[in-house]
Design a protein around this ligand. Structure first.
Ligand code: IMP
Length: 425
């Protein structure tokens, strides 16, 4: 298998984890390139559910996992996740996990900033409150602490002074409680010996893997519509979620990232605030939420639900260079009388075939829906196209035609092998 970048093609929660898990069986390495423990990747293996946030999904299979420099890494969250995995019998050793020296650290102060910023916003973003955005702000502001700093207590201490001087002034200005240095530094120094054995030059190991002909799955977190550049700004996360992020977020050359596999549900969901043109407010939205169990893995928040938006998917495919699409959760549509696909937008009687850049320009934009017949024969667990009702095949083919990208995988259930494979046309 060549290298593959797995990218969420919507607003996250598309089921990337299980696609990565499936690909991981055929690959040598799984590498994370963006985001942090704001992500929630669920895998079901032999009836056992694994909920991952920071660990690359391949670790469940004992595949080598890498956390790239583009990841915002909360050391406390990572150690807790490693302990949870070990309790389930998944051994996480330095042979299995390598962390880039240059990944940005997420600290408790970032969680406090995240919460305070959300409270200050007249329109909150609905962040996961994990401190991810503020940690990336510190990275760009050139005052972040990085994983490699854990190896040098004196330098770590200096960097923490700089960080606290900056943020405590802000906390003080708002009349909020400031952060003491000693507990933060002590906690980091206590975690350092547990983390440092995992730390290495990920860029160099990926280059060596390439030279040795090994294949890598780059596991994107969040999705194109949450990308800091390409998403529905400001209702986005703070990292590069698109395929290009795999190169800058791990150190692999862009020419080596391989095939880009976009993952989309056969309907759409979004957590947090922000535009969602094909959203369903009423009973149909609730039916999708119940049938698809659409609640956040990490936060438990109910997800907003709607029909699949081909305008959005088309644009995501272009800006992220999506070569193939994996459609997930087909079985959730089992039993719907009719199913719609958003094939265009309309505003003041004018047809629009792109997502207007500004939030304000989206006011009054309505979805143009194309209706499809539902099906009564269940698709759940189907593993071949022949096993699908004709109506389900027609929907898949219509999505393919509207988006202009071949659908090469379709998932029909929670088990790892509930997957239909199709050759690109
Ligand atoms: P943050 O990444 O916590 O700053 O949150 C910013 C936006 O991204 C919010 O709308 C979150 O709901 C959304 N978000 C972050 N991570 C995920 C994810 O893994 N799945 C879905 N939405 C996410």
């Amino acid at each position: 298998m060549s290298n593959v970048v797995v990218v969420g093609a919507q607003w996250g929660d598309e089921g990337k984890g299980r696609i990565v898990d499936w690909l991981a069986e055929r690959a040598d390495i799984v590498a994370r390139y963006n985001g942090g423990h704001n992500a929630g990747h669920t895998l079901v293996v032999n009836g056992q559910t694994y909920k991952l946030a920071l660990l690359p999904s391949g670790v469940v299979r004992g595949k080598r996992g890498m956390i790239g420099n583009g990841v915002a890494l909360d050391p406390e969250a990572l150690l807790a996740e490693i302990a949870r995995m070990e309790a389930l019998g998944v051994r996480i050793t330095p042979e299995v996990l390598q962390i880039a020296e240059t990944a940005t650290l997420v600290l408790p102060i970032h969680r406090a900033i995240d919460a305070a910023q959300e409270q200050l916003r007249d329109k909150p973003i609905g962040t996961t409150l994990r401190g991810i955005g503020p940690a990336y702000e510190d990275k760009v502001g050139r005052r972040a602490l990085r994983v490699c700093d854990l190896a040098d207590p004196a330098y770590l201490s200096q960097r923490l002074d700089l960080l606290l001087a900056h943020h405590n002034a802000w906390f003080r200005g708002l009349g909020l409680e400031t952060f003491e240095k000693a507990p933060l530094l002590d906690a980091l120094l206590a975690m350092a010996p547990k983390l440092l054995p995992f730390v290495g030059r990920v860029w160099e190991q990926l280059d060596a893997a390439y030279q040795a002909g090994q294949s890598v799955v780059f596991e994107g977190s969040q999705a194109v519509m949450l990308d800091i550049d390409w998403g529905s700004y400001p209702y986005v996360t703070s990292s590069s979620t698109v395929a290009a992020g795999a190169a800058s977020g791990t150190g692999i050359a862009p020419s080596r990232i391989g095939t880009v596999l976009g993952v989309s549900k056969v309907y759409a969901t979004r957590v947090g605030e922000g535009p969602f043109v094909s959203e369903l407010d009423g009973a149909l939205g609730e039916q999708l939420r119940d049938r698809g169990r659409e609640y956040g893995v990490n936060t438990g928040r109910p997800r907003r639900c709607g029909w699949l938006d081909a305008v959005q998917l088309r644009q995501a495919a272009k800006v992220s260079g999506i070569d193939q699409l994996a459609l997930t959760k087909l079985d959730v549509l089992d039993g719907f009388d009719s199913i719609s696909l958003c094939v265009g937008y309309e505003r003041d009687g004018q047809r629009i075939d792109y997502i207007p850049a500004s939030d304000a320009a989206l006011v009054g934009v309505r979805p143009v829906l194309r209706e499809f017949a539902g099906w009564s024969r269940p698709t759940q667990g189907a593993r071949t196209m022949d096993a699908l009702p004709a109506e389900a095949v027609a929907l898949i083919e219509a999505i393919e035609a509207e988006v202009g990208v071949p659908v090469t995988m379709v998932t029909t259930g929670a088990e790892r092998d509930d997957v239909i494979l199709r050759d690109p046309a």
